[in-house]
Every structure is written in structure tokens, then in C-alpha cells.
Design a protein around this ligand. Structure first.
Ligand SMILES: [Zn+2]
Ligand SMILES: [Zn+2]
Length: 70
């Protein structure tokens, strides 16, 4: 049950990458409107000055954007 299957760790999975910092998610947080995910610190900082998803421009919660992520 070992030795024959190897996982390619060099093959990066874009679904595990944060578009804001370019690294793996740290404390992954998802925008509920469009289900895009980012690090919590990245998206919280981003939403302080933006109201749209950085990936698809979906509008996040109008007045309290932080209520739209989890
Ligand atoms: Zn990030
Ligand atoms: Zn999005």
C-alpha cells in the first residue's frame, strides 16, 4: 500500500492559492456571494477599501462587507 503512488507536490492547485498574496490560503475565508476564497487577512484588508470581489467583481455586502465572508 505504499511506494507506487506519489502526489505531485510541485503541481500547484489554483483553488488553494490566494489571488491577493499569491500564496496558499492562511485561515481561508470565502465570500458568500460568489464563493471565492482568500486568506482572511488578505480579504479583510482588501474589503476595507473595496466592495467587490477581487476575482470576479461580484459586489460584496454593501454596508458591512465583512458580514459576507466566513
Ligand atoms: Zn492571501
Ligand atoms: Zn468572486
Amino acid at each position: 500500500m505504499h511506494g507506487t503512488t506519489r502526489i505531485k507536490i510541485t503541481e500547484l492547485n489554483p483553488h488553494l492559492m490566494c489571488a491577493l498574496c499569491g500564496g496558499y490560503f492562511i485561515d481561508a475565508t470565502t465570500i458568500v456571494e460568489c464563493l471565492h476564497s482568500f486568506c482572511r487577512t488578505c480579504i479583510v484588508r482588501y474589503l476595507e477599501s473595496n466592495k467587490y470581489c477581487p476575482m470576479c467583481d461580484a459586489q460584496v455586502h454593501k454596508t458591512r462587507p465583512l458580514l459576507s465572508i466566513r
